[in-house]
Design a protein around this ligand. Structure first.
Ligand SMILES: N[C@@H](CCC(=O)N[C@@H](CS)C(=O)NCC(=O)O)C(=O)O
Length: 243
């Protein structure tokens, strides 16, 4: 049995981490039995979630989880896609994960109003006397990560410009298709759904979320993926589940 190590539902999302949501959807797409464990962060091999334990084999990082599901369980997430489509899917996936993700992190963690509506909750378990120091320390760590990535070096206005370009690109490419690569979901939809839902999360105000809200097709897409993979939920990120 596979165990997915996750943070657990937060901010009205199945998980605050889009990478965890991606892994969760990949497991649902694979149709393999799995359970979710919320106690694994301190043992995460790379210091991050998600990771899985598949009968004793530990696999960390959502992309390597996908590779493991493909190689060990014979799942083909890109069934029916041409080599060109697979290349496009990979490019979109990495744009979402290595570019748009940081705009989402910036909005949630660096904006004071957003921070107190969301990430501050992560510190509730820290004993009260230590909480302010721990909060400052982790927030500084996130600021440094944003700086090391590069996005954090730009002004808020420029981050909004870059994030909006990515959001407009995925909306334009999705167009009126039900799923990113066509009529059926493929591997990239696990990523696309997770990141667009995280972006549209109504808890946080940001210019990049506003860019997402301007695209009805993205909202309908999140609703469509919710209906297919989270049938127990009536909506995610304000997008009503509907096939
Ligand atoms: N490349 C990784 C990224 C995972 C990741 O960045 N996880 C974040 C949550 S969104 C995390 O666990 N951060 C905790 C930390 O950096 O301390 C993947 O695809 O799984």
């Amino acid at each position: 049995m596979i165990t997915l190590f996750a943070f657990g539902p937060a901010f009205g999302l199945p998980d605050p981490s889009p990478f965890v949501m991606k892994a969760d959807v990949l497991l649902k797409m694979a149709g393999l039995p799995y359970r979710v464990d919320l106690s694994g962060f301190s043992r995460a091999p790379k210091g991050k979630l998600p990771y899985i334990d598949d009968d004793g084999k530990i696999v960390a990082d959502s992309t390597f989880i996908r590779r493991h599901l493909e190689q060990a369980h014979g799942i083909d997430f890109d069934r029916g896609l041409t080599a060109e489509q697979k290349a496009i899917a990979w490019a979109f996936e990495k744009m979402l994960e290595d570019h748009l993700y940081w705009a989402i992190v910036h909005a949630r963690w660096m904006d004071d109003a957003n921070f107190v509506k969301g990430p501050i909750d992560f510190f509730k378990k820290v004993p009260a006397p230590l909480r302010p120091v721990a909060t400052r320390m982790i927030r500084r760590r996130v600021r440094n990560a944003l700086h090391a990535h590069g996005l954090g070096r730009h002004s808020g206005e420029d981050i909004a410009y870059l994030g909006t370009r990515s959001v407009d690109s995925i909306a334009a490419f999705l167009d009126s298709k039900p799923f990113l690569m066509g009529n059926e979901p493929s591997g990239v939809d696990a990523t696309m759904f997770a990141f667009v839902a995280g972006l549209l999360c109504p808890r946080f105000e940001s210019p990049v979320r506003a860019a997402g809200e301007r695209h009805d097709n993205l909202k309908r897409y999140v609703g469509r993926m919710t209906a297919r993979y989270y049938a127990e939920l009536s909506e995610i990120a304000g997008c009503k589940a509907a096939a």
